[in-house]
Design a protein around this ligand. Structure first.
Ligand code: SF4
Length: 346
């Protein structure tokens, strides 16, 4: 909640209005996990608050550490859906890299988008996370205080939960909130155009678009979103904005052997992105069960990268991290959810 929303609560409870900024200070500055810890509030104020409210802090239930330092956290969440409240497990992944520590957070339990190469997509959608469930991933993990970057690239399509995402970004970046710089936050999307436009207009964070194939008919084979929002229209929208300053746009391009990794694709990418100040992140594909494609070889990826450079497009190869703890989006949470379900059915 913002201070303005907290003011409505303090007014309802008959508390002095300055209590709202005190509460915000406790929640976001000192990161308390219980109302009882807000010790400069009167005893009466704490009691009145506790009758109706709680701090929405949700600690992880388990974590797994990779040999490369990557750490995956699992959280239990209850999400309202049209068919009732659903309990699910979601994940956040902390990726250390020298002085940097990046947290990859989830925005939904599961996902509706059904991209064929994605384990989260296969699980289907189990509800939208609320702002507290998203912020808890950031505030409750062991490395919280030393995080340098946040990327919305975990489970779910962030722009399919836009109102909540927007609340979270406001809370993260506001002076009354966590006072993060938007330059340290990246929102990833497969290209939901109306909400992408809102994100571009309303927030200053970086944006990463999952592109994966420059040819519309081929992209549609793996990504159903292409039917509703053509990647060419996504790029046309992005070209209306300025990315030469602080805000950056990047494209995620997972390399699948024999599907999207030849010269024809590299040249089409060059044509598609011509005139847009951007970079492409080439990503090795983490194998998932029952999917017929494998990652492109290191040689093919390097040749692809060189071909993009030839079209004056900066392309970098993103290092794969945490494969031994199933860090690929949705892999571990999917497995845990299955295990939970089998325990329940037993
Ligand atoms: Fe959803 Fe992203 Fe997976 Fe596609 S890649 S199914 S948008 S989580």
């Amino acid at each position: 909640m913002s201070p303005d929303e907290l003011k409505i609560i303090t007014a309802e409870l008959g508390l002095p209005s300055f209590t709202a900024s005190q509460i915000a200070g406790w929640l976001y500055g000192k990161r308390v996990t219980e109302i009882a810890q807000m010790t400069n509030l009167s005893k009466v104020a704490r009691e009145k608050l506790s009758e109706k409210y709680e701090v929405g802090s949700n600690a992880p239930i388990e974590s797994f550490q990779s040999s490369d330092g990557t750490r995956k956290y699992l959280f239990k969440v209850d999400c309202p859906t049209p068919s009732g409240t659903q309990r699910s497990i979601i994940e956040a992944v902390m990726i250390p890299d020298g002085d940097r520590a990046t947290l990859c957070v989830s925005s939904q339990a599961g996902c509706k988008m059904g991209c064929r190469f994605c384990m989260t997509g296969r699980q289907g959608w189990h509800g939208n996370l609320d702002a507290a469930q998203i912020l808890s991933q950031i505030t409750t993990i062991e490395e919280s205080a030393r995080l340098t970057n946040i990327v919305f690239m975990g489970m779910g399509e962030p722009l399919d939960n836009y109102e909540t995402l927007s609340r979270v970004l406001n809370c993260l970046c506001a002076e009354w909130g966590f006072a993060w710089s938007p330059k340290r936050i990246t929102v990833s999307t497969i290209g939901v155009i109306p909400q992408l436009k809102r994100l571009l207009d309303e927030h200053k964070c970086h944006i990463a678009v999952s592109l994966h194939n420059p040819f519309p008919d081929e992209r549609l084979e793996f990504m159903g979103i292409q039917r509703a929002y053509d990647i060419r229209d996504v790029v046309a929208l992005l070209k209306q904005y300025d990315f030469s300053g602080q805000r950056r746009i990047s494209f995620e391009y997972t390399m699948f052997a024999g599907w999207n990794d030849d010269r024809r694709h590299a040249d089409a990418l060059g044509r598609l992105l011509k005139g847009l100040e951007c970079r492409i992140n080439l990503i090795r594909f983490h194998q998932i069960p029952d999917f017929p494609y494998v990652t492109s070889s290191a040689e093919v990826i390097e040749a692809f990268r060189q071909r993009l450079l030839h079209s004056h497009i900066t392309a970098t190869l993103r290092a794969s991290r945490g494969e031994d703890i199933m860090a690929a989006c949705g892999l571990l949470a999917g497995k845990m959810s299955q295990a939970e379900k089998s325990v329940v059915s037993e």
